[in-house]
Design a protein around this ligand. Structure first.
Ligand code: 5HM
Length: 339
């Protein structure tokens, strides 16, 4: 078979990828000191890219970080102020202590580059409006000048994102030079499928498939035990929660993202606190209200000692997001299954 294997959702693809590398790795190596198991050349496709979160207690994903990173990309940002708040580890990837270069993928897609006055994202949207069948909807990310930086702490792992409109649906193909399949893979697929969805909404198309191609697909030794636990849990399905995976509202634009980020900044800096009613009154669709509720919950986790997150915020969270938050911060949020 020459096509990549197709999975219904990200969770099933992720479990198969880590199973494949764990059982069938080709190499043991340690590039830049990171000991890992590696397969060279790995691809998969996801039929429904909206189902972008894995619900596995052993993996404990952080939905606050995932939404923050996706929004940070879509706003074309490079600042550590925002992303470092949600992922302190990213501070190690900064060359100047203030910005991220290689991994700030959004800055290469959503800002004009190379003397153009229009961003690659807007160019591709315009192209696909004028020629739906085009194969040229490519947004490059990796740049050759990254090879010339001595001891580069942060070389882009993504080579390009590619949009293809076919028969009323918008597909995305992602090309990666390397992916840590128990770390970067989770946040990369989450953010890139959100960018795909944003593009589909702009074009008035349905969501198509998401295809992911990786050059070096690896799992670090530091994560090996956790990966074994995830595989053991996955063998004992069914899923613990049913999450509706809502679609991005059809009226979402880049201005919506900027608006959400205004409130995000107030919460991140602890300048404001919002009840669920406050958030409902800000004029956002329920989809974006859930994102702001996550930021409010995280504000309470970060700035309120060891207190549990307010009960009304917990109750207003979508049950699936609440379940994930309860796995990640079990002393601050309950999953609502016990009164
Ligand atoms: O030595 P190298 O530059 O490839 O190290 C970066 C590590 O972070 C690799 O394990 C790479 O696969 C992982 N990574 C990822 O999987 C990093 C980023 C950030 O650019 C990412 N996905 N988005």
């Amino acid at each position: 078979m020459l096509s990549p294997p197709v999975f219904t959702n990200f969770e099933s693809a992720y479990v198969e990828v880590i199973r494949h590398i764990t059982d069938g790795y080709e190499y043991r190596n340690a590039p830049r000191g990171n000991t890992a198991r590696e397969c060279v050349g790995l691809s998969f496709q996801i039929a429904n890219p909206l189902e972008r979160l894995p619900f596995l207690a052993a993996r404990k994903v952080n939905p606050v970080f995932h939404f923050a990173e996706a929004l940070w990309y879509m706003a074309g940002r490079t600042d550590l102020d925002m992303i470092g708040h949600y992922a302190p580890r990213m501070r190690h990837s900064s060359r100047d202590g203030k910005t991220i270069v290689g991994s700030a993928y959004g800055s290469r897609i959503f800002n004009p580059v190379g003397g153009d006055s229009v961003s690659p994202f807007d160019r591709v949207i315009a192209l696909l409006r004028s020629e739906a069948d085009s194969k040229r909807g490519l947004m490059p990310i990796f740049t050759a000048d990254e090879l010339a930086v001595d001891g580069n702490p942060d070389m882009s792992c993504v080579v390009a994102l590619h949009l293809l409109a076919r028969e009323g649906r918008l597909h995305m193909v992602c090309y990666m030079r390397a992916n840590d399949c128990d770390r970067g893979l989770l946040s990369d697929v989450f953010s890139f499928t959100m960018i795909q969805e944003l593009a589909a909404v702009q074009l008035g198309l349905g969501i198509g498939s998401y295809t992911h191609h990786i050059g070096s697909a690896h799992i670090g030794d530091r994560d090996y035990d956790r990966v074994r636990r995830v595989l053991a849990e996955a063998a004992l399905r069914p899923r613990p929660v049913t999450y509706a995976f809502p679609a991005m509202p059809a009226d979402t634009t880049l201005a919506t993202i900027d608006d959400v980020l205004k409130y995000e900044e107030r919460l991140r800096t602890n300048e404001a606190e919002y009840t669920p009613d406050d958030i409902a009154g800000l004029g956002f669709a329920p989809y974006w209200q859930q994102v702001l509720l996550l930021f409010e919950a995280y504000r309470q986790i970060r700035f309120r000692g060891n207190d549990p997150v307010e009960e009304n915020v917990q109750r207003a969270l979508d049950p699936g997001l609440r379940w994930l938050m309860a796995r990640r911060w079990p002393t601050r949020i309950s999953d609502g299954s016990t009164p």
